[in-house]
Design a protein around this ligand. Structure first.
Ligand SMILES: Nc1ncnc2c1ncn2[C@@H]1O[C@H](COP(=O)(O)OP(=O)(O)O)[C@@H](O)[C@H]1O
Ligand SMILES: [Mg+2]
Length: 254
């Protein structure tokens, strides 16, 4: 994937927490409709990089390009305008709202600002439009039948799908998922992988995952982080055979 086709690219990203260097001179590039995996053992810095890409952490250093244009790193309040949507490691649904209402919150860009009450627009026309978008998003994750359930009655794998629907409703160009398969069994992981493959027909996807085997079949390109640095990148096959990657994973037993 050439640099010119990259929908998102970062270079030289460094982030410290106090004395701890969580990321050091990290680069990453996501191509158009590409599924990119960010993998590495626990504590490698995956979530920190993910958070920098979605505005939750401000890097100490680094350059951010969107569609080839150098720009500031995103802030949570302009993420949707930049065409980026994300789910977080904790699913973060509002248990006492219905599934549909939870997804509607994604459409109003309010999930990150916490203005829940405003999610229910006074203007009926707006509300109907958003409701329709939310229904479409739920259908795309095959969860249309769950629309009227209270979120706190869902089985865990279903909460994962609903979280993705909530991200999809803003119609992102880049979808970022932090450990979407986390806590899922083998069958649900299969299902999640095929969903991600389907979504990549319309958007680029960045997938964070610490189990390498989970993303092997889904990603066209992997970046491997260890102790805050990219130790390998490339196709799943290349990365899997890389001695530095094998050593990093052997060291942790994951
Ligand atoms: N807010 C924070 N404050 C201090 N240290 C943090 C913070 N977030 C992450 N870290 C540390 O940064 C390193 C990378 O963490 P993280 O990005 O969560 O790794 P991963 O997602 O790969 O498991 C870890 O050593 C972690 O303890
Ligand atoms: Mg993490």
């Amino acid at each position: 994937m050439s640099i010119n086709n990259a929908v998102l690219r970062v270079e030289g990203v460094s982030i410290s927490f106090g004395g701890l260097r969580a990321l050091n001179d990290v680069y990453l590039e996501i191509g158009t409709r590409e599924v990119v995996g960010l993998i590495g053992p626990n504590g490698a810095g995956k979530t920190t990089l993910f958070n920098a890409l979605c505005g939750l952490v401000t890097p100490d250093a680094g350059v951010f390009y969107l569609a080839g244009q150098k720009s500031d790193f995103p802030r949570t309040d302009n993420l949707v305008d930049l065409g980026i949507a994300r789910t977080l490691q904790g699913v973060g649904l509002f248990g006492d709202l219905t599934v549909l209402e939870n997804v509607m919150i994604g459409a109003q860009h309010l999930a990150q600002t916490g203005l829940i009450s405003a999610a229910f627009a006074r203007n009926t026309k707006d509300e109907n439009r958003i409701r329709e978008k939310a229904r479409v998003a739920l259908e795309r994750v095959y969860a249309g039948a769950l629309a009227d359930r209270r979120a706190d009655t869902l089985a865990y794998p279903d909460t994962k799908r609903v979280a993705i629907a909530r991200a999809l409703v803003s119609e992102p160009k880049i979808l970022m998922l932090d450990e979407p398969a986390g806590g899922l069994g083998t069958q649900d992981i299969e299902w999640m992988n095929s969903l991600i493959r389907n979504l990549s027909a319309q958007m680029s996807v960045l997938l964070v995952e610490h189990h390498m085997d989970v993303v092997m079949n889904v990603c066209s390109k992997l970046y491997v982080l260890n102790f805050g640095e990219v130790i390998a990148s490339g196709s799943a096959e290349t990365v899997r055979r890389d001695p530095a990657v094998i050593a990093a994973y052997l060291g942790t037993g994951t």
